[in-house]
Design a protein. Structure first.
Lengths: 285, 472
């Protein structure tokens, strides 16, 4: 399922938990791990601009080199060292490299160069990363968060095709031997129905949305999956349910939410979910 | 190709066009609006120029020095001052002091003397993690007495990161890492207040003061400013200890790393010794002979620079590579702005208006100047903030009894260096932030507290020492 895992680590943020989760998954799925350390270009470009008047071109070049060197030192001595120890202990194959660039761009470039089945990464709200990749890439993205339980929350909604989420979550639950909870959220802020091809319908009534959800969940009741149908907003209901069951992993599909509170446009809902949800998230685009 | 695209992007930036248009719109509005009573037409235009400069220096649609040049040419164009008077600002000896100081700093950087001094200094503070962080903040402050603060920050960045990496300190996750890097940023800022060399805003201040007949020597400046440094430094260090309690106890890995770096430096060579000797002589001459009855600051600075050329310690290409000429141009614009405000009597008019606003409570005025300068310097370049506020400070000094131009200038110049809260506030913050060891939130958290403490220190020093003892 996850044969090739890419672990991108930005110079903006590092958590050893991502490596530990990488080891766990690689043991379960016999995966190879590719560690990619990304030195954020915008960091030194920003510094360059701020010191523009005060330092000469040569001095700025020197400082830029120093910044890159410092991040390389951090990558080599701390991150790759941690990774080598952790992965060697568990006998997992590891490859790694250091690249300069913008987080999302570098990852997208890496996905062109090699076939990956999963991107496993951390998330830092206070960093300057835009996390555009959450919306842009087709490969599943697993954001490592907190949670000790063995429970998966699969989230389906009127705003997503709901094709991949049930399949992947059932496979994962079986492979990892974790409990699966299925939540269907009838999002009343953006009350359209998204079909299997991802097309949005005209506006639907609450009753119509709930009926579709009801029918959808009936398919899983005889499969020993705990199901729940709720109405509300996708992000709030997801977080509420994740807290209620203390989920280890929350799986969200390719949602098409366009409107939020008072019909205002919604931008990068996945990023918002990652900011607010403390549990691990798996986005299936 | 990529570069061309970036340049094109820069030219077409809507934001930049908007701020440029806004700045020019201010001048047009001021040109056509009725002149208030008591203000001359030229004075009204100078106030417009002040606002225009503030907009351009805060939003930076064009480089800071370009705004300096724009201020200069706008005055003859608008008929405020003749071109001859405007360009004569470059004859101010503070300009030559700045050039000389940059040449000396270039020699220090070229031969790595600053690195040697920094490492030697750090070796005195290897007892515990706490003393080590005090070593960082005081070393940075000390070095900022003799070279520009941003140069010191750039020097300490690789030194401190090497030590932190050797100690396996993970960026952002360790309070020790945060304090170490913030000590560099804050140490440089505080140290830059101490002498005329640390920050370009200091020579700017004495340059503007000399235009109204107040001469401040190198030693005078130190007498006024060093107490602020000596009181602030330990307090800011305590703030950092309080905000980010250190979680480690062992400093042995740091010791080994410093030892390794000292060893890598090897023995001091003849060129380094020569630069050190010239630096000591120049500073001694500045302290003893920089008052107006002797040679003045500029002569000594240039003498030191010439000695560096004569001894072969620097070549002209080193100067081309390492002297930021942009600051000199920025300085020129800033000084003419002050001169224009004073010579058109806009300052007097402004002082009357401010008098109605703040009254004549000297304590309130002192506090207001400190707080306003600190707020402004946190959102724009230090030198720009000081350039804008100096004419206002002079205006206040003319209108409010108990506030002299020297007192107002010192309050503005020193408060202008206390930019602790934002990454954009000063190059030192930006350089250390690039290490990744602290977040913008960390900087804000410690910066707010550090700035509040410094407001208290500045106020106390101003009232008790400057006014009470020195009768400034």
């Amino acid at each position: 399922m996850f044969k090739n895992i890419l672990i991108p680590i930005s110079s903006e943020f590092y958590s050893i938990n991502v490596l530990l989760r990488g080891v766990f998954l690689s043991k379960k799925f016999k995966s190879t791990i590719n560690l990619l350390y990304i030195i954020e270009e915008k960091r030194f470009n920003h510094t360059d601009k701020l010191v523009d008047t005060y330092r000469t071109t040569m001095e700025k070049e020197e400082t830029k080199k120093e910044i890159i060197n410092t991040h390389k030192q951090v990558a080599d001595t701390i991150i790759f060292d941690d990774a080598k120890k952790i992965f060697k202990e568990k006998d997992v194959k590891l490859e790694g490299k250091i690249v300069n660039g913008e987080f999302s761009d570098v990852i997208k470039q890496e996905l062109i160069l090699k076939n990956y089945d999963l991107i496993l990464m951390g998330f830092e709200k206070e960093s300057s990363l835009k996390y555009r990749l959450l919306e842009d890439v087709d490969v599943p993205v697993w954001i490592v968060g907190e949670g000790e339980s063995k429970k998966i929350l699969a989230v389906c909604t009127n705003l997503a095709p709901n094709k991949k989420v049930p399949i992947v979550s059932m496979k994962l639950a079986e492979k990892l031997d974790w409990d699966l909870h299925m939540l269907y959220v009838a999002d009343i802020e953006d009350s359209v129905q998204v079909d299997e091809k991802g097309n949005r319908s005209e506006r639907k009534t609450e009753r119509e949305l709930l009926n579709v959800g009801q029918k959808f969940l009936e398919n899983f009741r005889d499969k020993k999956i705990k199901t729940r149908l709720v109405k509300g907003t996708l992000e709030k209901e997801t977080i509420k349910k994740a807290q209620e069951i203390n989920a280890q992993l929350v799986i969200v599909g390719r949602e098409q939410k366009k409107k939020g509170v008072l019909g205002l446009p919604v931008k990068n809902l996945k990023k918002k979910l990652a900011e607010k949800c403390k549990y691990s998230l798996l986005f299936l685009n | 190709m990529k570069r061309n695209k970036e340049d094109q992007k820069r030219i077409l930036s809507n934001k930049n066009i908007f701020f440029l248009l806004l700045a020019f719109a201010i001048i047009i509005i001021f040109y056509f609006m009725p002149t208030p009573e008591g203000l001359t037409f030229e004075g009204k235009l100078m106030l417009g120029m002040l606002i225009m400069a503030a907009i351009l220096w805060v939003t930076e649609p064009i480089p800071l020095p370009a705004t300096g040049l724009l201020i200069m040419i706008m005055q003859p164009i608008l008929g405020i001052l003749p071109a001859k008077d405007v360009f004569s600002s470059f004859g101010n000896q503070a300009i030559f002091f700045l050039i000389g100081a940059f040449i000396i700093a270039a020699a220090i950087e070229k031969h790595g003397l600053h690195r040697r001094i920094a490492l030697r200094f750090l070796r005195f503070f290897e007892k515990s993690p706490r003393t080590f962080t005090f070593g960082i903040i005081s070393s940075c402050a000390f070095l900022s007495f003799v070279m520009p603060e941003h140069g010191v920050a750039a020097l300490f960045l690789p030194i401190i990161v090497s030590i932190l990496v050797a100690m396996k300190i993970v960026p952002r996750q360790s309070n020790f890492g945060k304090i170490s890097m913030l000590s560099v940023a804050y140490g440089c800022s505080i140290g830059s207040l101490g002498t005329l060399i640390g920050g370009a805003r200091n020579p700017l201040t004495i340059g503007v003061l000399s235009d109204i007949g107040i001469n401040v020597s190198f030693f005078d400046w130190m007498i006024y400013a060093i107490p602020v440094v000596l009181i602030s430094l330990p307090l800011i260090w305590l703030v950092l200890q309080f905000v980010f309690p250190i979680e480690i106890k062992d400093i042995s890995l740091a010791k080994n790393e410093i030892k390794k770096q000292v060893k890598l430096q090897g023995k001091i060579n003849i060129k380094e010794l020569t630069v050190l000797g010239i630096l000591i002589i120049t500073v001694a001459l500045w302290i003893i002979f920089s008052s107006s009855i002797f040679f003045g600051l500029g002569v000594i600075a240039i003498l030191g620079s010439i000695l560096l050329f004569v001894t072969g310690c620097v070549k002209w290409e080193d100067i081309e590579k390492r002297v930021p000429w942009g600051i000199i141009l920025l300085y020129g614009g800033a000084i003419t702005l002050g001169e224009g405000i004073i010579s058109t009597d806009a300052g007097n008019w402004l002082s009357n208006q401010l008098f109605y606003l703040v009254g004549n409570n000297i304590y309130l005025v002192v506090l207001g100047l400190i707080v306003f300068t600190i707020l402004l310097t946190n959102i724009m370049s230090n030198i720009g903030a000081v350039a804008i506020l100096l004419p206002i400070g002079f205006a206040i000094a003319t209108g409010i009894e108990g506030i002299s131009p020297l007192l107002a200038s010192m309050l503005i110049a020193l408060s202008g260096g206390l930019a602790f809260m934002l990454v954009i506030a000063t190059p030192g913050n930006a350089i250390t932030y690039s290490s990744g060891y602290f977040s913008t939130k960390d900087l804000l958290k410690s910066g707010v507290l550090a700035n509040i403490i410094c407001i208290g220190v500045m106020f106390t020093v101003a009232v008790v020492y400057w006014v009470g003892i020195l009768n400034l």
